[in-house]
Design a protein. Structure first.
Length: 116
């Protein structure tokens, strides 16, 4: 795992944590003036578009690296399946961010689509 990739994901998670904390403060004080949530991307998109190219790996190589079934990984990368707790744990163990962040991104995606 390259240091650059770890820094990118660490920076991304820090920004998301700050935005979540800021959003929680805003919700406490301004519940009636809440801005509508935009269409969040499926977290598999970040893996497919950012992680795989940065690692120079194919889906099959990435699945093998994670120790995760290639069919299930491919379905998550293409937005057909959610990021499961098992996949989130594999990503965390590979140094690709905290499992809770991946699951929070999936929950935001699921919630937005449920509300449409």
């Amino acid at each position: 795992m390259s240091t650059h990739l770890l820094l990118v994901f660490s920076h991304r998670q820090t920004q998301q944590h700050r935005m979540t904390a800021s959003h929680a403060d805003d919700c406490d004080h301004k519940r009636s003036s809440r801005m509508p949530m935009h269409n969040p991307p499926h977290p598999g998109e970040a893996l497919r578009e950012d992680v795989l190219p940065a690692l120079g790996m194919t889906e099959a190589e990435f699945a093998k690296h994670l120790g995760y079934p290639v069919e299930r990984l491919a379905a998550a990368l293409n937005g057909c399946n959610p990021i499961s707790t098992g996949l989130a744990q594999c990503l965390e163990q590979a140094g690709l961010g905290m499992a809770s962040i991946w699951l929070a991104e999936q929950a935001a995606y699921d919630l937005w689509h449920k509300q449409q």
